[in-house]
Design a protein around this ligand. Sequence first.
Ligand SMILES: [Zn+2]
Ligand SMILES: [Zn+2]
Length: 188
Amino acid sequence: MSMRLGSQASPVMPNLTRYGRRCKPGLSQRYHRLSPGLQHLPPRSGLTRTLGRTQTPRCTMSVLSGSCNCGAVIFKLTQAPTEATTCHCTQCRKQSGHYFASANLPKSALQLSGAEHITWYQSSEKVRRGFCSKCGCWLFWEPVFRDWTSVALGSLNGHTNLALERHIFVAHKGDYYSIADGLPQNEN
Ligand SMILES: [Zn+2]
Ligand SMILES: [Zn+2]
């Protein structure tokens, strides 16, 4: 696929195969917005009762989508990614130009268009890193022999309803910045 887009344009989403059951976007957005705080609500609040009826959602389709800068690679996530972390290891810092923020989801939950434009850099025996061969955006960190992938949070469009949970490999972070957000830090 080849697309010409202005720098401010959001890539459109052509040629994506339809997946799963269709559902109303409003329902899906409401579920994903409200469900993360469910466990923190007072047990007898009206909201809890309301949410209780939606804990088995009629549709778990995520509304998240993402792309590279040039629009050659676009994708949708059919479920919300988890374990949002930043990695400060040397490879991630060089690959990203700073450090890498990503979250995980099953490979089967990633719906790609323009996969032929992804170049995979095999950074170790077990890991490869996928970036757009046209514009260079780093999009995926992927364990080759596992069934999940990690998607770059910066590649996602619009409001994600995600929040970073942890910093990893902070022993290898650059000396030109501080981590001061109070999140847990793993040395490696
Ligand atoms: Zn691109
Ligand atoms: Zn890393």
